[in-house]
Design a protein around this ligand. Structure first.
Ligand SMILES: [Ca+2]
Length: 344
């Protein structure tokens, strides 16, 4: 609008100047100086003055339009800056949201540790994730089980599944990223290894301690097509180290079709440096994991993590023979336990 008005004014000025400075267009060329011509001569100074004013005006106009352009550029710059800072804010908001649940867990843990200092009876004790669930901790994630003199248990970082089938599950094994090697020795399998948020083995000593009450085992599996299956076992027990962490399982239930862990029932644990299996072969070396190897496997949940299709020539992948056979390595596995008498 402003530009339009300015250009209209410019044209009007030019028209006036033209009319005033060249009235001769409307007259015949005079032969002698008339009084009119004298008047025109007298006007010259006035015309000059007007011309100067017009020049000033056009200068002013061009200055104005330059200034306008500068203003426009600075407005555009400001808008762009606002946009980028709003994007930065969005990113920070997402980060903050991500941290929210973790902070929530931290608060839970602090409350828990405060509560733990006044815990003296076994009814109040924190054994595992099911104890936490009973105390209304309902967010799945990492918790620190406090050390307990009464139970004789050390501080232990665990990942609790508070949602699946009523929650209260303490995860003892997870395979999902392939970033952690499970071809570890006896000591590593005893104390545990890996990353609690990623792939890990909780440790035979911890699993043994947690399974001293009647315990239920749940194995969840996912293949590379996104299909999920599970197997549950009642009366899961892991014996102590003197008994080589022997595995005991009760009844199977689930939807994976074929129970591929029962073959490993009543079998002791083997690693690459401790061949306790029931075979002439060294199953832990052949199957590249630590497991309750019989002779050797019907399942190999601690085997090598292979991406889809990489495994078909080997027998050392993460397998469950009763579902996809011996040459299909699964995409994701989680093993989790909770007390048999757990109420939810
Ligand atoms: Ca052997």
């Amino acid at each position: 609008m402003l530009k339009k008005a300015l250009s209209a004014v410019t044209w009007l000025c030019i028209f006036i100047v033209a009319f005033v400075s060249h009235p001769v267009w409307l007259q015949k060329s005079p032969k002698r100086k008339t009084p009119g011509q004298l008047k025109v001569a007298a006007c010259c100074e006035e015309v000059k003055g007007l011309k100067a004013q017009i020049a000033n005006l056009s200068n002013l106009l061009s200055e104005l339009s330059q200034k306008q352009e500068k203003d426009w550029v600075s407005v555009v710059m400001q808008v762009m800056e606002l946009e980028s800072s709003s994007k930065r804010l969005e990113v920070r908001l997402t980060e903050a949201e991500g941290k929210y649940s973790e902070i929530n867990n931290q608060i839970d843990i602090m409350q828990l540790q405060a509560a733990q200092t006044v815990t003296h009876t076994s009814a109040d004790a924190i054994y595992d994730c099911s104890s936490l669930h009973q105390k209304n901790y309902r967010i799945s994630g990492v918790y620190k089980l406090p050390p307990d003199d009464f139970l004789g248990s050390p501080e232990l970082e665990v990942f609790c599944d508070m949602e699946t089938s009523g929650g209260g599950w303490t995860i003892i094994q997870r395979r999902k990223s392939g970033l952690v090697s499970f071809y570890q020795d006896w000591k590593q399998y005893t104390q545990g290894f890996g990353s609690i948020r990623g792939d890990f083995w909780l440790g035979n000593e911890h699993i043994h301690r947690l399974s001293q009450r009647p315990t239920r085992l749940r194995v969840e599996m996912e293949d590379w097509e996104g299909n999920m299956r599970y197997a549950e076992y009642s009366h899961f027990v892991l014996a102590n180290e003197m008994n080589s962490y022997r595995l005991f399982l009760g009844n199977y239930s689930g939807n994976v079709g074929n129970d591929a862990l029962f073959y490993h029932n009543n079998t002791v644990f083997s690693t690459k440096d401790k061949d306790n299996d029931n075979c002439l072969d060294k199953c832990a070396e052949l199957r590249k994991g630590g497991y309750w190897y019989n002779c050797c496997t019907d399942s190999n949940l601690n085997g090598v993590y292979y991406r889809f299709g990489e495994h078909n020539k080997h027998l050392d992948g993460i397998t469950w023979y009763g579902w996809h056979g011996s040459t299909y390595s699964l995409k994701r596995v989680e093993m989790k336990i909770r007390p048999e008498d757990y109420k939810h």
